[in-house]
Design a protein. Structure first.
Length: 400
């Protein structure tokens, strides 16, 4: 009998995204859970991908990313934030944002290091830190505002603190960090040997005229930060798995030391197609806020007079659904340690309403009681309209 080695992540199961998407397929439900569009990408970018293959972009791209794409990224950041990182020494193309996050953590976190994360936290952060030998210090963002408690952050910093991970616009709370938040963060780590990892994959999905405050545009933070972005989110092509990381040259060297033995390089024709597409359509980013806000508002308006409540969604392509006023066993019961109320309610919606959502409690180390599930608005209008009808019908039955 083979004695298999002890698991490095014995308590980590299948992600809630995979679980809910699988259940949605099994039940034929509308999938407003996992954050991917159900509509087509711009046909032009598909044409450019086919063109890249025909033109011979089929061999390894440079480990750090194709020259053309890195130059486009540098120009894009200059146009968007007024800063132009050196495309050779500060820009790295990665296998989606998740790989950039993982490689950055492996590059700078070691045994015994502490990493501050804010819950609800994207579920890749904690396992990556643990695999690097560190441990996460989880600081909750509490409902209903999900705001930062900077006094608690200050009290959590120790000589072992190596990294602070922030995420704005924030998934899954749909909130955004303010300029004051970045100033507070900068003040806390000033004169300390602490780095920042800023997850900004929803940078262009800002609602109601809000402006995204990027760490790349904050000189003090940018000098000690990895900042991570995603083409999958901004080009409606999550399956292409192309992201990038921006960091000062010294940190980029460390990032690439891990990246080259993790994924090495990213699919060459994808990089070529994205670069050419952004050369042709350099303002495509500017269309995203209006595009997604219309979808957010379609959902909000459709449920406005229901028993559901919809907290403000400041950014990302998600919307929280508050089920506290909806009667029913999942909503009324307080929940248990094994299965919080939001997890039970998500299952109930899936089975009884035919709508897949994502509960928030799996994103907390110690979840507070929360009557929220997350809905994805990156769907066809017809999908959202159908989901609204199913949710209204469910709420009406629950109230009888």
């Amino acid at each position: 009998m083979v004695n298999f080695p002890r698991s490095k992540l014995p308590d980590v199961g299948t992600t809630i995204f995979t679980v809910m998407s699988r259940r949605a397929r099994e039940l034929g439900a509308l999938n407003l859970g996992q954050g991917f569009p159900d509509y087509d990408i711009d046909p032009r970018i598909g044409e450019l991908l086919a063109q890249a293959v025909r033109e011979g972009h089929n061999q390894y791209a440079p480990m750090e990313g194709s020259i053309a794409l890195r130059q486009v990224i540098a120009n894009k950041l200059k146009a968007t934030y007024g800063v132009e990182p050196d495309w050779e020494s500060a820009v790295t193309v990665t296998l989606g944002a998740t790989e950039a996050i993982y490689s950055a953590i492996q590059a700078v976190v070691g045994a015994g290091d502490e990493v501050i994360v804010f819950d609800p936290a994207y579920d890749s952060y904690d396992p990556a830190v643990r695999l690097a030998g560190g441990r996460c210090i989880h600081i909750p963002l509490l409902p209903p505002t999900f705001g930062y408690d900077w006094e608690r952050v200050a009290a959590s910093i120790t000589p072992r603190t190596r990294l602070i991970i922030i995420n704005s616009p924030h998934n899954p709370s749909c909130t955004v960090a303010t300029a004051a938040d970045l100033e507070q963060l900068a003040a806390l780590i000033r004169d300390r040997d602490i780095l920042v990892l800023s997850d900004e994959v929803y940078e262009h999905v800002m609602y109601d005229g809000r402006k995204h405050h990027s760490v790349v545009a904050h000189p003090e933070l940018a000098a000690r930060a990895f900042v991570v972005f995603s083409f999958g989110k901004t080009l409606h092509a999550t399956g292409w798995r192309v992201g990038y990381g921006i960091a000062p040259p010294a940190l980029t060297v460390e990032l690439r030391r891990v990246h080259q033995f993790n994924t090495f390089s990213i699919a060459s024709p994808l990089q070529q197609a994205i670069a050419q597409y952004l050369i042709e359509k350099p303002q495509v980013w500017g269309e995203l806020a209006t595009f997604f806000q219309a979808k957010r508002d379609l959902l909000r308006d459709g449920l406005a007079n229901s028993a559901f409540r919809l907290p403000p969604a400041q950014g990302t392509f998600f919307q929280l659904l508050d089920f506290s006023a909806v009667s029913g066993p999942a909503a009324a019961a307080p929940g248990t340690a094994a299965q919080p109320a939001d997890v039970r309610f998500a299952e109930q919606l899936l089975v009884e309403a035919g709508v897949a959502t994502i509960p928030l409690s799996p994103f907390y180390d110690a979840p507070p009681p929360m009557p929220f599930v997350r809905l994805c608005v990156a769907k066809r209008d017809a999908t959202l309209t159908q989901a609204v009808a199913r949710l209204l019908e469910y709420a009406d039955k629950a109230q009888r």
